[in-house]
Structures are given as structure tokens and as C-alpha cells.
Design a protein around this ligand. Structure first.
Ligand SMILES: C[S@@+](CC[C@H](N)C(=O)[O-])C[C@H]1O[C@@H](n2cnc3c(N)ncnc32)[C@H](O)[C@@H]1O
Length: 237
């Protein structure tokens, strides 16, 4: 499959048919269209260079899953899940400690734009809003079956997650210990030839910079390393 069929309200061109709540289907066929959809339709902004991330994702030749540390509102995770589903690549896991508890959701009153039958009341907690936003956006962007969100401290999730990864995107905790733990822990789950990408490699995040310098640029776990803007990437040996 070289397209992904999504639901769209805005910036619409060439949709297949009107749905009764105002959404239309739209076929997205490129990483550029996915990036535009994330920004204009889902209204997700992120410091992640989504275009570069998807270009890097396209270049990985080995098989496996993708894992992101640091979901936030899901801009990068949804983009990677849309691209992976479109290209029939592995599914995407995303981990964040602040996604909230699903048990906090109750069905009553708050309109997420899904139509009357789907109204929901969302309590004010930050985490729950993030979680429900993510689920809503996964439904719209047709990756409910491709993106696996995990609400957990990243280093704790290492105790029960053991995926075989083709790509790892580290964009979570900024302390040296957490960044190093994420790179080593999840980097160990990359197959040989898989790609690690780390964001926030800059003077504003000295913990991340120190961990990257030590393990990625100065270590033996990765080769062919490059820095582009605030992103660092390298291939697992
Ligand atoms: C810069 S944001 C991620 C942005 C996201 N990748 C995007 O493209 O929109 C960092 C996220 O990491 C999460 N985070 C921070 N420390 C974490 C930890 N130890 N374990 C899991 N998630 C963590 C934060 O809750 C926050 O949502």
C-alpha cells in the first residue's frame, strides 16, 4: 500500500466522499503530505523536524518496529506510524510518562469533534488530555492499529518491553542519566543496521549532549553518525 486513507476537515483537496459529520476521506501518498497533515489538520506543533525524521525512516533497510521515547502530543509518533503503515513497515511504539491513566476518562459531555454519539468529558488533568488527544488523532489519521502508546517512565518500560527495532527516536527525558539510559537500553534493542535518532543535541540540553557525545559519537555501538540541526543519528553496528 503506498497511500494512507485519513479523515480530514481542513485544507482539503481530492477527498473521496463526504461523511455526515463533515469529515472526508483523503489519500496521503508521501512523507511531505503526512507532514502537512500533522501540522495543518491535526494542528500538532513540535520541535521535531518531522520531514527529516520521515526521510531518515525511509532510509532504514532492516526490518523491525519503530520506538519513540517522548510522545508529548504525538506529532512525531503519528507521523512515523502513518508513514510505516503506508509503506507496510513495522508498527510504532511510543512511550511517555505523562500520558495519564485511561481509567480517568469518563463518557459525558465534552465534545472532541467526533459528533454527538462520541461526546466525552475530559477531566482537567494534563495527562488525560494528552492521552485522549492522542487516541482521537490516531483514529483520524488511521493509525489506531499501528501506533502503540505506553504510559510509563521510559527506563521502567525497559523491564517489560523487548521489541526488535529498525529505528529508535529518543526525545524524552533531558537529564544525562535518563538520556544515556534510553540510548543504551533501547539502543540495545536495535537490530544491526537499525537507526538511532536523538533530538535536542544542543547547548540548552547539556545532559542529552553529554550522553550523545559519550555513547553515540564517542562510543562503539553506532557508526556513520551525523549531526543535523539538533538531531543526531547513527547506524547500529
Ligand atoms: C520534547 S517532548 C517530546 C516531543 C515529541 N517527540 C514530538 O515530536 O512532539 C518530551 C516528552 O518526554 C516525556 N518524558 C520526559 N521524561 C520522560 C521519562 N523519563 N520517561 C518517559 N517520558 C518522558 C515528557 O513527558 C514529554 O512529553
Amino acid at each position: 500500500m503506498n497511500y494512507i486513507d485519513v479523515l480530514c476537515k481542513k485544507e482539503f483537496e481530492g477527498g473521496v466522499k463526504d461523511l455526515k459529520d463533515g469529515y472526508r476521506h483523503r489519500m496521503l501518498r508521501s512523507s511531505g503530505e503526512i507532514g502537512e497533515y500533522i501540522k495543518k489538520e491535526l494542528c500538532l506543533s513540535t520541535s521535531t523536524d518531522v520531514g527529516l525524521l520521515l526521510d531518515l525512516c525511509r532510509g532504514v533497510k532492516v526490518k523491525g518496529m519503530v520506538l519513540e521515547v517522548g510522545t508529548y502530543y504525538g506529532a512525531a509518533s503519528i507521523a512515523m506510524a502513518m508513514y510505516s503503515k503506508m509503506m507496510d513497515l513495522g508498527r510504532v511504539i511510543t512511550i511517555d510518562r505523562d500520558m495519564g491513566e485511561t481509567g480517568d476518562l469518563c463518557l459525558d459531555g465534552f465534545d472532541l469533534g467526533l459528533g454527538e454519539d462520541f461526546s466525552m468529558h475530559i477531566p482537567g488533568s494534563y495527562g488525560v488530555k494528552r492521552w485522549s488527544n492522542l487516541i482521537y488523532n490516531c483514529v483520524r489519521s488511521n493509525v489506531g492499529d499501528w501506533l502503540i502508546p505506553i504510559g510509563c517512565e521510559s527506563l521502567s518500560a525497559l523491564e517489560f518491553l523487548n521489541p526488535s527495532l529498525r529505528m529508535l527516536y529518543v526525545d524524552g527525558g533531558h537529564s544525562y542519566d535518563v538520556a544515556k539510559g534510553d540510548i543504551l537500553g533501547y539502543g540495545g534493542k536495535l537490530v544491526s543496521g537499525g537507526l538511532i535518532v536523538v533530538d535536542d543535541y544542543n547547548e540548552g540540553h547539556i545532559g542529552v549532549k553529554g550522553a550523545v557525545n559519550e555513547v553515540i559519537l564517542g562510543g562503539e555501538m553506532f557508526k556513520d553518525c551525523r549531526v543535523e540541526g539538533s538531531m543526531v543519528y547513527g547506524v547500529k553496528v
